[in-house]
Design a protein around this ligand. Structure first.
Ligand SMILES: Nc1nc2c(ncn2[C@@H]2O[C@H](COP(=O)(O)OP(=O)(O)O)[C@@H](O)[C@H]2O)c(=O)[nH]1
Ligand SMILES: [Mg+2]
Length: 227
């Protein structure tokens, strides 16, 4: 078998598992977000600030993916919510079967939100559905405003762009309106929030977006139960 049909077969198997996961998440009204960015853009920092803002009883869990180490799980476990590390051992993205395996032991009926940090990479994670309600792409101002044009697939597929590290704007040559225009050239109408996980600036906008999406998932579940 040559490479293209094999790749297609792997992707369609992934789509099958992801569709089953999505149906389970919808059945329980769980909002699942798939966070994608280059290494170092601030996915874990955004999750740290997010978990920090949640009240103790919040029904949230986190899966965090990396090629090696469980450093991110250790950073995130400090907040007292369930966290598991997915170590891919070389694979440059998470896939639906990894998510399915790592859900074992968690009761989905106990969750309202599942946050998934993908492996740091703007390319491969765009091709793998994890059964999420939405992909969120994080881009930091240290990476250059041209990235949406260079890696259009992920900017097209993500529902939200989190522009992180805006505290660094005085120190780096990054044209924020050009970055926004580039993102919206690839994805017209794309929602964008500008944040600093260091200073906390803009985080309220991100948390409001998340809260709205959480309500949407719960309303969708209630509507499905009624019909
Ligand atoms: N100045 C600044 N640094 C940040 C911000 N967010 C994250 N960082 C730093 O960027 C580095 C990478 O962040 P991390 O969350 O590990 O990125 P990840 O690889 O996408 O998970 C760390 O040293 C963070 O402290 C921010 O908003 N401003
Ligand atoms: Mg990380």
């Amino acid at each position: 078998m040559n490479r293209v049909p094999l790749e297609r077969k792997i992707l369609s198997e992934n789509d099958r598992i992801a569709a089953a996961l999505r149906a389970r998440f919808q059945q329980y009204g769980i909002l699942v977000l798939n966070l994608i960015s280059s290494p170092g853009s601030g996915k874990t920092a955004l999750l740290e600030r997010t978990l920090e803002s949640f009240r103790r009883g919040e029904r949230v869990a986190v899966l965090t993916g990396d090629i090696q180490t469980d450093n991110d799980a250790a950073r995130l476990a400090r907040f007292g919510f369930p966290v598991k590390q997915i170590t891919t051992g070389g694979t440059c993205h998470l896939d639906a079967s990894m998510v399915e395996r790592h859900l074992a032991g968690w009761k989905l009926q106990d969750l309202d939100v599942l946050l998934i940090e993908n492996v740091g990479n703007l390319v491969c994670p765009a091709s793998y559905d994890l059964g999420e309600a939405a992909k969120v792409v994080v881009l930091s101002v240290a990476e250059g405003e041209d990235k949406p044009l260079k890696y259009p697939a992920i900017f097209f597929k993500a529902e939200l762009l989190v522009l992180n590290k805006i505290d660094l704007l005085p120190y780096v040559p990054f044209d924020i309106s050009s970055a926004e225009n580039n993102a919206r050239r690839v994805h017209p109408g794309m929602e964008i929030v500008k944040v600093s996980c260091l200073t906390g600036s803009g985080l309220q906008e991100w948390l409001s977006w998340l809260e709205q999406r959480k309500r949407d998932s719960q309303i969708a579940r209630a509507t499905a139960v009624q019909v």
